[in-house]
Structures are given as C-alpha cells and as structure tokens.
Write a protein that binds this ligand. Sequence first.
Ligand SMILES: Cc1cc2nc3c(=O)[nH]c(=O)nc-3n(C[C@H](O)[C@H](O)[C@H](O)COP(=O)(O)O)c2cc1C
Length: 537
Amino acid sequence: MRQYFIVLSSLTLIFTLGITLLLDKNWSVIFLIVLVISILGYIDMFQTKHTIRRIYPVLGRFRYIMEELRPKLYQYFIESDIDGRPFSRIERSTVYQRAKQELETIPFGTQLDVYQEGYEWMCHSMSPKAFEDLDQDPRVIIGNRDCKQPYSSSMLNISAMSYGALSAQAVEALNGGAKIGNFAHNTGEGGISTYHLKHGGDLIWQIGTGYFGCRDEKGNFNPELFSKNAQLPNVKMIELKISQGAKPGHGGILPASKNSEEIAKIRHVKPHTKIASPPYHTAFSTPLEMVQFIQKLRDLSGRKPIGFKLCIGHKAEFISICKAMIHLDIYPDFITIDGGEGGTGAAPQEFSNYIGAPMLDGLAFVDNILNGLNIRKHIKIIASGKITSAFHVARAVALGADACNSARAMMMALGCIQALLCNTNKCPTGITTQDPKLTIGLVVEDKKTRVANYHKGIIKNFVELLGASGLDDMKNLTRSHIYKRVDLNKMKTYEEVFPSIKPGSMLQGEIPEKYQFDFDHSNMNRWGLTTNGNQYI
Ligand SMILES: Cc1cc2nc3c(=O)[nH]c(=O)nc-3n(C[C@H](O)[C@H](O)[C@H](O)COP(=O)(O)O)c2cc1C
C-alpha cells in the first residue's frame, strides 16, 4: 500500500505540475490539493503511533473519521425505537415529551415484544380508581424518632450529580426545576455551590469520602464546617455516600487543572492542586463506627434526616451494618440503594459493567433484611437505577422503595441527547462540560421548567397507574402487582421472583437459606469477608 501511495502521489504531482506549467495556471489549484494530500500521506507513513495510518497513508484516516461518526450515524439513522443504550429511544422520547409537555400518547400499540423473556407488566384491577379522586402528589415523610426536622419528600427526586461533573447552568436548571415542582435535588459529593442555592430548591447534601465542604486541611471530616453547612435552610437531608452503582469501591481524583479557585472554595481544598477522594471513608472503619458516625452527623445537623447511599456488594457487610444499628439502637432515616446499572460522568469500564448488584436485586435484598430484622419501620428506602418512567417508579415501590431518585432522566429533561461524551468535556448540550462555548447553549430559565414538567408528568402517570391497579395508596402496591416473563410460556410475580420476608422473622431465627452464609459472615466490628485458607473467618 505504501509503494502504491508513493508511486501514485508522485505521478499525480508530476502530472498536475506539468499541465499547470504547460497548459493553464488554473490547474495549480489541483496541484496544491494533491500536494497537501501527498504531505499528509508522508506524515502518516513516518509517524509511529497509528499502525493503520502507517500502512494505509491518507486512507487510514477515514477509519478514525468513521469511528467518530459511528455513534451519531447509528443514533440518527440505524437505531430502532427499542434500541439504544443505555437508554432506548422510547425511554428517551418519553422524557423529552414530558419535559416539553408534548403529545404523550403513542399510536397503534406497544412496540415492545411482550413475549420476550424479561418483559414486565403491572396488574390492573376490574375496579380501577378515578385518577381525580386520588392524592395527586403522594409524598413520603423521611425522618425517624431521632430526627427533629423530618422532610416531606416527593416520590421522585434528582439523584446525586456534582457541580464539576455538571455545568453551573445544569445545576441551576435542576435546582430551579426542583423549586418549581417541590422536589429535592441531591448535590452530589462535590459540595454545595452557589448554583445549588440560587433558585431555592430543596437540597440533599451528599458527603463522599473527600468530605468536600466539610473537610480539614488533610482531607479528614471537619465537624464545625459540616455543622455550618448542614444548618443551611435549603439543606433538607444529608446523604453519606458509601458507594455508587457506576463505580462502587472506586475513589476519584480532582485534577489540579480542574481545581479552580471557585471549585476549591466550594470543596474547602487548596486551589490548583490535585485532590484525591479515597475509595474508603476515613471517619469510620467498622460498621459500628459507621452507625455512630451517622448519629454524629444527625446531632451536628440539628437532627435533620441522615441517610446513606450504597450499591450492594458483599451482602454480609450490609447485614453487619444492620446488626450494628440494632446493637446501638441508632437507625439512619433513609437508605438509598443504587443499582450497578447507574451512570456517572466517567468510570472505568470494568467497574461500570461488572461491579455492584443491579438495583432490583439490591432493593429486594435490603427491604427483606430490614423487614426480617424488624427495623424497616425506622428507615425509608430510596431506589435509583435507570428510573425514567412511572412504571419504573411503581415497580420500585412494589419491590420495597418508598421513593426514587433519577439522574440521567433528569439530564435528558435538561436536553441530554445521550451523546456519550460526559467524560470528554465536550458534551454538546452544555450539561456535562465546563466549556463556556458549550454551556452557553443551556438556558436555565427554559430548562428548569422542563425539569419540573418531566417530574410532574411522572408523578401524574404514577398516580394513574395506582388508580388502574385499583389502589388509592402506594403503600398497598406489593410485589404481587408486578409480573415478569421468565420464559416464553412462564410468568412469575415479583413476589415469586423476590419472595418477601415477614417482619421480625429473622429475629426468631428464621433466616432463609439464601441469606444464611451472609448472616454467618457478618460482623459489626469489621468489613468484608476475610478468608483463612479455604475457611472464611
Ligand atoms: C454525570 C453524573 C454524575 C454523578 N455524580 C454522582 C455523585 O457525585 N455522587 C453519587 O453518589 N452518584 C453520582 N452519580 C450517580 C447517580 O446519582 C445515580 O446514582 C445513578 O446514575 C443511577 O441513576 P440513573 O440511572 O437515574 O442515572 C452521577 C451520575 C451522573 C450521570
């Protein structure tokens, strides 16, 4: 190929130069074009980084152009309505239509294959309830007996996403939407910025392992700073982040280049330095200490609702936390269960694809353990993981959630087109970028209304689903209301797939076999499963 190129380019150069000199000077344009292409070809042949370009000079470049264009061509010309990852076109369109308050109905029936394994549906009743007669904005009170400032939460709130991962405009629009729709906005672990406060929407302040906004010089938890920020009137709840589904057990680095004066001020770190968030917390090192830390946060915050967020990993560790709660008689006000299917701005492929229990499995497990140990009454459960429609909310509630969080659907309400560029600072919709040339496109006043519209649409449709099921209270939505096709000729209710547990039964020693190993290896004085040869200790 290289020889062909050398011969062909040389002959074309000689030919075009010849006719330029002998026939017509206008041919010089063609000569110059051939010259530029030839120079590119020689650059390709002599560079040492790209094999394809070295072997196929000039032509090899098309591979990179096609790779660049592939996702766009696929999304616009090839993808069907039920294709598209992580979110199908149908799921995205539902969010866009609700956000823009456009036509919400679909013509000519479902496009889903209802006989495909994994297809799910909800049972309706012969005696549905009239939508108008139902509570149009069902809410859940979060705050147990130790909480002095319980929060009346919407069924759907904005999941954790930091300023830094999101642009200032995106944060403002989310918070503005939360204010209009009376729901809550989780700050993410990057601290509370002015953009979170400007529009007055309710905040859930998230604290990760970097303790941003409540750390000392060395990166350890600082009680005074925590107390100061926790007492802000906008902060309605506080969430201790143990892990998130997209990258459980993975810390993070804030590079010096991104650590601007503004970000440094919000996070209480030195500007222009590299800041690491370790994968583990330094404020506690055992399940018992973690529960004591929750009580400390509660006291320092003026007894606001305190919860923690995690994606289920070792089940024994979660049981260890529950044992510690019972031992200390201290309970968090809420637990957020994030699924391994969760998203983030940037995560290693293996962590996103292969670590962490999916949301439905984690949620059923947590609800079962809290019920079995009779401590569910103290703790509300919030679920997150690809919740985009009212059916997803209803399914999570049926499985055990009291409320749901959504991150990426809220981004879509802001205008995200699933360009999959969150990790490049080149987000074309100005949401996950700090580039002013791109963020200028996101108009806060318009997008905050869309976020509120989307939320309103989901709640309205959730209430309609309840009514169709003959229920007037979401508390009566159970695992038996959801069916799943497990093969072509077989369907099961969620109750059969994820059998529920009688409250308090585990205290009577009735531990289902599937949890026995995890109970045996739970220990409130240490994390993890340690092994001694073949033996777990
Ligand atoms: C851009 C982006 C940033 C995120 N940042 C955080 C974060 O700071 N803390 C956290 O706990 N989760 C974070 N998440 C995870 C979400 O809060 C959520 O748990 C996960 O994406 C699942 O919800 P979803 O499927 O509705 O997106 C982030 C997600 C995205 C997309």
